[in-house]
Design a protein around this ligand. Structure first.
Ligand code: MN
Length: 205
């Protein structure tokens, strides 16, 4: 039985237009995200078979397959919720707004760092705002592919998909416009809720 399943979107494919096209959203959710879900389940099944047979010769490959595909499933699950047709603006007068000021100096400082982190990615990956459980602070990080370059204990609160499949059909090579326009659909209520839950993990590590 499948462990992981594709979550529904909370909005229609075209609901984030004009900032993200319905065509991108449909392919991205139904095809790309589904592939990660299937891949994560397949990796778990093959690991179980390998244990049953007592043949763990493929364990390195399967561990990588699990990390990549489970990473893809987690990243997209957060990403869809991080966006809303009613999004945009910025957090104001909230704990998250205060934390962004504390750790990045200002909202503009945070946004500039996040944008450059996104645009500067070499290859496929994500720009990530994460709560660092051990440092009890917010970090902006580059996530390589679906699973690399981010230490464990960094809980994502806001993340932007910088894989070409996320923007190329609409923006072609103009990454900067995709990144700039994406802020118009950021669901700050969701980001705030994730931030609050992440802070509740104090002492976990
Ligand atoms: Mn993607």
């Amino acid at each position: 039985m499948a462990v992981y399943t594709l979550p529904d979107l909370d909005y229609d494919y075209g609901a984030l237009e004009p900032y993200i096209s319905g065509q991108i959203m449909q392919l991205h959710h139904d095809k790309h995200h589904q592939t990660y879900v299937t891949g994560a389940n397949t990796a778990l099944e093959k690991l179980a078979e390998a244990r049953d047979k007592g043949d763990l010769g493929a364990v390195n490959k399967l561990a990588k397959d699990l990390a990549f595909n489970l990473g893809g499933h987690i990243n997209h699950s957060v990403f869809w919720k991080n966006m809303s047709p009613d999004g945009g603006g910025r957090p104001e007068g909230t704990d998250l707004a205060a934390a962004i000021d504390e750790y990045f100096g200002s909202f503009e400082g945070f946004q500039n760092q996040f944008n450059e982190t996104a645009k500067g990615l070499q290859g496929s990956g994500w720009s990530l705002l994460a709560w660092d459980v051990i440092g009890q602070r917010l970090n902006v990080l580059q996530l390589f592919d679906q699973q690399g370059n981010v230490p464990s204990s960094q809980i994502p609160v806001l993340q932007l998909d910088m894989w070409e499949h996320a923007y190329y059909l609409q923006y072609q090579n103009v990454k900067a416009d995709y990144v700039k326009n994406w802020w118009n659909v950021v669901n700050w209520a969701d980001v705030e809720a994730r931030f609050t839950r992440a802070k509740g993990t104090a002492g976990l590590i």
